[in-house]
Design a protein around this ligand. Sequence first.
Ligand code: GTP
Ligand code: MG
Length: 447
Amino acid sequence: MFDVREKPKMVQRALLVGAYFDRREIEEAVDLLDELQELVETLGIGVVTKETAMVREFNPRYIVGKGKAAELMAQAKAMECDCIVFDNELSPAQQRAWESESGLCVIDRHEVILDIFAMRARTSEARLQVELARLAYSLPRLTRMWAHLDRQGGGAGGAGSGGAGAARGEGETQLETDRRLAHKRIDKVKAELEDVKRNRDTQRKERSRVPVPHVAIVGYTNAGKSSLLNAMTGSDVVAQNQLFVTLDTTTRRMELPDGQNILLTDTVGFVRRLPHDLVQSFRATLEEAVIADFLIHVLDASDARAVEFHKTTTSVLGELGAGDKRVVLVLNKIDLIEDEVRLQQLQRHFPEAVPISVKTGDGMDKLMHRLHEMLLDRVVRLKVAIPMNRLDLVSIAHQEGKVLREKYTEHGVQMVCVLPKRWESRFNVYSDETLDIDESDSELMPA
Ligand SMILES: Nc1nc2c(ncn2[C@@H]2O[C@H](COP(=O)(O)OP(=O)(O)OP(=O)(O)O)[C@@H](O)[C@H]2O)c(=O)[nH]1
Ligand SMILES: [Mg+2]
């Protein structure tokens, strides 16, 4: 690991700045700053104050005007802040200018998100992916006074482990050494990620041997994706009222009421202004969304920013190459909406969406029904009379589909079953729609 300069102490008190360039953007700037506050607090840093700054004349050194920059620095010091956090992306040079002139630690939303991901990464894959994103971010910033916030110690990314690896080559400046080692590390992490990817591909191949439809749950962070997976499959993926709880995908099998099996995958949440290199680094993980047959897009309908969140998720999905996937949109947390009109507005905005509450179970039957509809083109429902010498088909029907009715006769087995389309031709020979086998649909599908 390359050497990084440690910052003098942990930062604790932050002044947040959101610069905007058009008077009409003020609302959005305030809104994004509120979100930045949530992100900063996730790192355990207190937010002392939030300032929006309208930029009349863009100053490439500070983004905001020189006077405004001086004012903000003075304010940060007067309020005993030890850190300034920008909602806007700071170039390495801008960050250096702010840090050297204020004497404070200055970071941007990008770095905050990277640090949250680093703090949350648990599996080796997530750690590698975060580390890669952090290295990409750090490389042009090696001359900074301080490196990443590194609150979790050890962990991924530019943590200052220095040591033998950082030995300076002949005639090299410290900066050149840092750069060389960073590049070396980047190559190594990339190679390790390739291994992980190969493993994943093998697993996927295994899965696609049995072509069960694959559905990925996507959405903004904290929308309730993991909760939905848990509710649908009875698993216990961690679900918490915090940002970016999930950094790894979890795939679980579930059976729909019509007997079809599907694979459901929980994915990493998105956020506005999600760093591009982070999306790139998490490609392997997020690829689950790209290869899925369709997506369940979970939206927190109780959040006033739901429409914005929807836009963000849709555009990140586009960036990942999953923009043309079929989507079941879910308006979650309707139990928290007190204002009926608000829910109606959302439903008018998203007429196709299924309103649900994972918490109360409200609407879950409708969601199941919608999933069933999405898969209609993949299954057939057949009435068959299987002769004694083809009892192998009976076991196939049990394994691959769902047997709704079954009657043993002296000639063989009569069945009503739902089967994946690819079995249709083999069963069709024995199909007999006139069979009189007691069949009531009531328990199968919700209305
Ligand atoms: N009131 C209410 N809370 C919900 C509902 N669904 C989920 N939650 C809560 O919302 C919070 C976030 O849920 P998660 O399932 O962790 O959200 P996520 O989308 O997986 O979030 P990340 O993994 O961070 O991207 C948790 O505190 C859940 O208990 C719901 O229908 N109603
Ligand atoms: Mg989650």
